[in-house]
Design a protein around this ligand. Structure first.
Ligand code: NAD
Length: 313
């Protein structure tokens, strides 16, 4: 299978690229390296440094005619989307549309990395199913939902084949600790003494943390299938920020005392996704426990730290 992964130098996209290469697929990566890292690029994938808004990105799709476009490239900062809603829409709506139109011409299927928490907000029912009302408040959530609507419309009008995967809070090795939502990565960097941080508020807000390998498996199943739908990808379980901090600190063997700052306005109180539709449709279930996933992530950050210390000798 020929797969074009946008955002393939980023956190989730690069893990997916590795899995695709490993199973023998032909893989192309489109990434502008705005938040991605060249070190994440798999040398067995063909890399094109392009912005998804450029016509060259659409030309590449039309020329290469991949079987599937796994669309992970995005402006993914909620706070930046609030500060710069036009930029957010340019990347997440217009850039995505640029690819979708080319996908129609090329006959490619799209598997789209969408979001759960930012779509459902503080939902009335937890864990939240796909049938819950989606009235996002942040421009980021709005742009992700808008593109899901375009995908649906393009399916009806042009027969575009697609699946949208609505991720919970994904965590794991390679997550960028300079984002705002990657709490596990932020705590790892903080406990390594590289970054100052405080827990916003009491630390009792909850999220659904899903390990990146489980998200990659969901993508592989969606890439290989023909199903056209919107699927939550989460564990259905909530963990609060204090618990995440404790698990990271214990694995690192660092002090468990942490400072708390004021709550961040607009943060969700609680979030968890019901992924039973994905289980019924494609047989997906999360396999990695929170303890195991955090251990893997902390060990990766520690190994990075050791290799950097080695090169600085
Ligand atoms: N990490 C999460 O918890 C989470 C949750 C829900 C949804 N998502 C979605 O998953 C996808 C991947 O997220 P991630 O956590 O791996 O983030 P990431 O920042 O590590 O990856 C995004 C990649 O897209 C690239 N990119 C950004 N703008 C681009 C553009 N205009 N043209 C080409 N490349 C561009 C970046 O350089 C980066 O490599 C995003 O679409 C994000 O919205 C992530």
């Amino acid at each position: 299978m020929k797969v074009l992964v946008t955002g393939g130098a980023g956190f989730i996209g690069s893990h997916l690229v590795d899995a695709l290469v490993e199973r023998g697929d032909e893989v192309l990566v489109v990434d502008d390296l705005s938040t991605g890292d060249q070190r994440n690029l798999n040398p067995r994938a063909r890399f094109h440094r392009l912005d998804i808004r450029e016509s060259a990105a659409a030309d590449l799709v039309r020329g290469e005619r991949p079987d599937v476009i796994s669309h992970h490239a995005a402006q993914m900062s909620v706070s930046r989307s609030v500060a710069e809603p036009v930029f957010d829409a340019e990347v997440n709506v217009l850039g995505s549309l640029n690819l979708a139109r080319a996908a129609v011409d090329a006959g490619s299927r799209i598997v789209f990395a969408s979001t759960g928490g930012a779509l459902y907000g503080d939902a009335a029912v937890l864990p939240t199913a796909e049938t819950a009302p989606a009235w996002p408040v942040s421009p980021y959530g709005i742009s992700k939902l808008a593109f899901e609507h375009y995908l649906y419309g393009f399916r009806r009008q042009y027969g575009l084949n697609y699946a949208a995967l609505r991720y919970a809070n994904v965590y794991g090795p390679r997550q960028n600790p300079h984002g705002e939502a990657g709490v596990v990565a932020i705590f790892c960097e903080g406990l390594l003494g590289k970054r100052l941080f405080k827990i916003h508020g009491e630390g009792t807000d909850t999220r659904d943390y899903v390990y990146v390998d489980d998200v990659v498996r969901a993508n592989l199943l969606a890439l290989d299938s023909e199903v056209c739908d919107h699927f939550n990808v989460g564990t259905g379980r909530q963990a609060d920020t204090n618990t995440i901090y404790r698990l990271v600190a214990e694995r690192m063997g660092r002090p468990t005392e942490v400072e708390h700052g004021p709550p961040r306005p607009g943060d969700l109180r609680a979030s968890a996704l019901d992924a039973s539709l994905l289980e019924r449709t494609l047989g997906w279930k999360p396999e990695v426990s929170l303890e195991e996933g955090i251990a893997q992530t902390v060990d990766w950050f520690l190994a990075q730290e050791r290799s950097q210390a080695g090169t600085n000798l």
